[in-house]
Design a protein around this ligand. Sequence first.
Ligand code: ADP
Length: 436
Amino acid sequence: MTLAPHGAPRLRTRRGRLLVLAGIVGILALAGSVLDLVHPAYVLVLVVAALATALLLGNEPAAPAEIIPAAAPVPPRARVETAVGALVAALPEPALLLTPEGDILVANARVALSVGPARVGDPLSYLVRVPEVLEAVRSSANDGIPRRVEFGERIPLDRWLEAHIVPLRLLETAGGEARGPDTVLLTFRDLTQQRRVEQMRADFVANASHELRTPLASLSGFIETLMGPARNDAAARERFLGIMGAQARRMSRLIDDLLSLSRIELNAHVRPDTQVELGMIVSHVCETLSPLARERGVEINVTRPDGPVPVLGDRDELIRLFENLVENALKYGAPGKRVEVTIALDDAVSGDALVAVRDFGPGISPEHLPRLTERFYRVDVVASRDQGGTGLGLAIVKHIVARHRGKLTVESQPGQGATFTARLETLDKSEKNKPL
Ligand code: ADP
């Protein structure tokens, strides 16, 4: 917006005026004396009287300054248009100003970035090909009512947008009588991220409910059977109670995993700051899982550097991380009979610590690898359930690694086992990277 330039204001005060008057009186008196019309003594008295009046009266507070504009005011229409153009440019979202007929008057830079190239003077339909939006602009220009339209696009990307249409009356008519809108403001908001989060939340609730409902239905069924037909069947009762116990344990594992996940997510932005030693944590996990390894006939070999491997971490979360990886290797890689857990220092390259859990089981097909850390994603649902899996283990692993600012990689070939590697910053590296 450009404002009309004004010159420096000229002040007119009483003192100024009286001094000028005194000067004039002095000159007239002097002229009269030169022409011998007035005696020089009178001249002196007159000039002194005029000067004294000017100084005495002029000492009174000056009248308020009068500002005289130097240039003519800018016409209101041009000023409004400049101001509105600047406002549209400053909006954080893609915004267009349109005529009531739907032609583009102004488009801010964000329009080109997320809607397309907009040319002033073109009809909106050259830029936006969504009939609902064009219709809403037409209607709002006619009836003066703001509208909101949500629409989806598949090309070039799958995304959701929201258009806000606000009819405006920017200029008054000469008589000030009410008339319809003279412009329409059209802004866009990208809803894609919000929609994705909503979808993920809905999927998560649906999956969690389904996972809980299955064992619950089984429990209810057995309770009914035990209260009815199997009431006096001791053998059936024994068998059913065993199954019911397993289902109850499955439900409790699922609830534990759900709670862990939400706790880790809640703290995702807070990096753990306690010093812990990776070698001890990994050895502790392998010891805890040795009964399961024995049960599955699998041998666990741990390789670690001679010295300690200190990292900044949350001990309980790191235990959970390696428990999930080693347990999966024991469950799904059991046919390989061997699991190797290796702690290595990558100091030459990055200063990171690497913990790799490798099994020699059936491995995982490449198409599954990118989805393994999604909640409830399983390669084989029945196999996972048979092993007591919840489908949340690797999602928990991913979140723990992320909270520790680390990285998780999976390498696998069908028939050749799988290797899950967690890369974590060592304490040395964390200290070096610490902001001063
Ligand atoms: P679950 O509770 O089912 O074990 P996870 O999130 O831990 O859930 O693992 C997701 C899926 O990844 C598993 O159901 C399994 O299909 C696959 N998976 C995980 N680890 C391995 C492994 N070491 N070998 C083969 N498949 C694995």
